[in-house]
Ligand binder design. Sequence first.
Ligand code: PXP
Length: 393
Amino acid sequence: MQVQLIDQRETISPLVDIQRLQRYCQQLLGLLGLSEKTLSLILLSDAQMAQYNQQFRAKTGATNVLSFPAGFPDEAFAATHNDLGDVLIAVETAAHEADEQGCSLMERLVQLSLHGLLHLIGYDHERSEEEALAMWDKEQSLLAQLFYTRRHTMPHLAVNVDHVATLRQAREAAEPDPVLAAALCELAGARGVVVHLREDRRHIQDRDVRLLRQTVKTRLNLEMAVTKEMLALAMEIKPDLVTLVPEKPQELTTEGGLDVVAQQKKIAAAVNKLRKAGMLVSLFIDAEAEQIQAAAEIGASHVELHTGHYCSAAGTAEEEKEFVVLRNAAELAAASNLLVNAGHGLDYRNTDRIAALPEIDELSIGHAIVSRAVLVGMEQAVREMLAVIQQAK
Ligand code: PXP
């Protein structure tokens, strides 16, 4: 057995589904390429953990997780001759932390098991800030693969509401309000809201982003150029995800991906700053291997693959060619431990093939949805105005 799970507590409260936890830990070993290794996971009460903490670290009280590499003198445990070592978890502490974080006890136990496991294979967040970031990254990407594995679920839809604001700005009026539109998108099942705050403020305004930060219940993704002004704004507003995009003043819409290779230093500094402040950072890039590699090297959490060429392909052969480019890029990005989003130009005809790619985590779609909303809502809007006229005295 790869993962030996021992519940050493005297009482089984809080209750833990041992087999499920064991399965998750086995999957983690697989994702880390350690299927051949064995690991012991020991569940303890807080009082038991406090004893080990005192005995081995001379510290008072319980901690949430402790790791002991194989070979550590630990005759107290049933499994002494395993390859990787022992991970000890205090279940009561884990349950308190799960409550605080608003996640399930199982999720917290998996997080702690992974944390302990990463320590066993050499990660150490206490050595330096860089190592702390590397460990955090690894944890996030493995947990994402474990809990949100795309092979069994559909990608999330994040709706870009920029063009609701475009309509509002056409009259410089108060309506339609992208903040209200975003709430309706969430009610309909969208898992994220996207806005692009352009330097010229042609559609989304600062006020929109600030309000959305307060109202969005799913995930707020702020698209922005890599400028001093935008970085300061992101640091203040703290969206959940920042997508860095190239921006040209005269373009109608974003015309291509970021050149991460050419602008590595500047983009790396921005990614580093945002990530240190706790934000996820995605780079909007063309589906090219060197851009993906550069994105992974500079520590982005995500890439967003530019689907524009696939969407605007003239004819089946070109569309097929662009699709294969995207599919290969999605595979490479996922293999490089990046989470993979995709977007630009996706509509009701061309989205299904991209949505079927197992590596895609999230689709960012705007223009097609806003366009359709105008048309499918038109009848209702006319009927409502006719009612107003008919009821006039
Ligand atoms: N992703 C990025 C990076 C974008 O710039 C845009 C356009 O604002 C989109 C996705 C959405 O594209 P569309 O409006 O064509 O769906």
